[in-house]
Design a protein around this ligand. Structure first.
Ligand SMILES: Cc1cc2nc3c(=O)[nH]c(=O)nc-3n(C[C@H](O)[C@H](O)[C@H](O)COP(=O)(O)O)c2cc1C
Length: 193
């Protein structure tokens, strides 16, 4: 398979990263559909898990995932909203690392819209009477009443404040870093891989 030429400028690399993230939302076979989300555990140790990337808006740099508001990660984000997201696309040979600030949406318009757009199967995940991670005597049966899940559902948005893009290539690896300040101004540049 012929590879496309590598991005010539950091701006091209950022466009590549945003394209991969957008595809991650739209294409469930994309590796960026299931990135790894890292948070700071309540004891200060790092905590990470796979999540489904549900939304990405390049204009606001907001990523969106869905979770159970009773989960450990929801409590961790409430305590410290700094979070990181990682994915690696083996076909594109691109790793993306993101750092930003997460926001929990429980009963606002963002959560309502996310719930409304969720499929029955996804809603069912939140309808379990047990909080995620709660000890149980034996694996519980699958829940049946998807509507009951809304009370436990949360949308989480992650604003991208920094992004690290790494392309592996025989002709030379390429790495670019991006950071946005509070006013949204972008600082972009190449970095040694
Ligand atoms: C492929 C895959 C996709 C997942 N997607 C989600 C998700 O979108 N949201 C979520 O809360 N957990 C998701 N999980 C489960 C989490 O990885 C994790 O086990 C669970 O949320 C509990 O994490 P916590 O205890 O750190 O909160 C997914 C797991 C896998 C394997």
């Amino acid at each position: 398979m012929t590879r496309p030429p590598p991005p010539a400028t950091p701006q091209d690399a950022l466009a590549d990263a945003f394209r991969l993230l957008s595809r991650g939302v739209a294409d469930r076979r994309s590796p960026f559909h299931t990135p790894t989300l890292a948070t700071r555990g309540l004891d200060g140790a790092p905590d990470l898990r796979t999540v489904v990337l549900r939304g990405f808006d390049p204009a606001t740099r907001l990523l969106r995932i869905h979770t159970d508001r009773r989960s450990a990660k929801a409590g961790e984000i409430a305590a410290d909203p700094r979070a990181a997201l990682h994915g690696y696309d083996a076909a594109a040979q691109v790793q993306i690392r993101i750092a930003g600030v997460a926001s929990l949406h429980l009963d606002d318009a963002t959560a309502d819209a996310a719930w409304a757009a969720s499929r029955e199967m996804s809603r069912m995940c939140y309808a379990t009477p047990h909080a995620p991670g709660a000890p149980v005597e034996e694996p519980p049966p699958a829940p049946q009443d998807a509507a009951a899940g809304r009370a436990n559902f949360a949308a989480v948005t992650l604003r991208i404040d920094a992004l690290d893009w790494l392309l592996l290539a025989a002709a030379g690896h390429r790495r670019a870093r991006f950071a946005w300040d509070d006013a949204g101004a972008l600082c972009a540049g190449w970095a040694a891989p």
